[in-house]
Design a binder for this molecule. Sequence first.
Ligand SMILES: C[S@@+](CC[C@H](N)C(=O)[O-])C[C@H]1O[C@@H](n2cnc3c(N)ncnc32)[C@H](O)[C@@H]1O
Length: 348
Amino acid sequence: MAKLFFLLSGENPTMPASEALAILETEGHPYSTVEVMTQVLRLNADAESVKVVPVRSAFTRLCALELFVSNANYVDILKVAEETDFKNVLKPGESFVVRINRIKTFADQAVNTMELEIKLGRQILKHIPEAKVNLKNPDKTFIGIITDEKLVFGLKLTEISSKTFSERRPRKKPFFHPSAMPAKLARCMINFAHAKTEKTVLDPFCGTGSTLIEAAYIGCNVLGVDAAKRMIVGCHKNLRFFNINADGLFLADARKLPFFKVDCMVTDPPYGRSASTLKSTTRELVNDVLLSAYNLLPVGHRICIASPKTLNIKAIGVSIGFKHVESHFAYVHRTLTREIAVFEKEST
Ligand SMILES: C[S@@+](CC[C@H](N)C(=O)[O-])C[C@H]1O[C@@H](n2cnc3c(N)ncnc32)[C@H](O)[C@@H]1O
């Protein structure tokens, strides 16, 4: 097991850390959480896990090997840095750079990030005088994150660009609808659902296909259902644009799903604002689709479902027999906050 930390997006307070952990669980990498800080997740985990998180995550920015954690003031940081063994991670002759990121305004009175980069660079050179500083193209990058009045410091292993998600945002797709879900949120929900490569993900309210596209990008087989022909045609167009072959796109009612078994489900039912509920209420649709999910999912498998926070979906899922794993909340606008709920089918 290695001491690792992940730098997380600040787009939501709780989803990014849970997403990273859900990825490790899906891929079968054992871990223990050391600390969940503001935009930083500290773990003891299999070193291989830093390979899977960058491939799947929507909300992880960077993975690093942790070298030390200190209170965010110069005296404490330099003392701990002096006691740290850098020889395992930086060889004589190698070049390096130190980069410090500050989350929000943590320790902004105590520490100047540029000054700290220089001081820590000098400290590392004291340990390994034959190493060289290279600001532009270093062999190794040391990264420090100032958060929650602490400095978390380590060796950068992978940096993750969110550029590919912006290439798949709703407005970039050939078929656009205002109810479409942002690509990052769709990917995060796929991860919450423990969707595994080559297993089947069903979205029974697939709309423009955001969840299907994100699931296909990580190697899942995808099935979509929508009751509106226009959406099925548009979804098909979007999938083709990204060279995705769905296992099936069905014009059907999500309350009467034409399947026997699926591995997991990820969905965003209509709330009656931008997407029509087709004469049902959102509550009825959510209740009925959770009932169908309960019949379709094997024990230990999951559905991740979005709904308006006011619906109290947790109570609906639990009354059907699901275990409620977690919920996260995403503000959309003044009258809508989405609840992203994760349910698992337990053995009876
Ligand atoms: C919120 S949208 C889904 C958006 C989708 N996640 C996306 O990113 O494009 C809800 C979808 O449910 C569909 N719908 C409404 N009632 C339905 C029903 N009874 N069965 C299946 N689909 C239904 C609507 O046509 C709409 O496309």
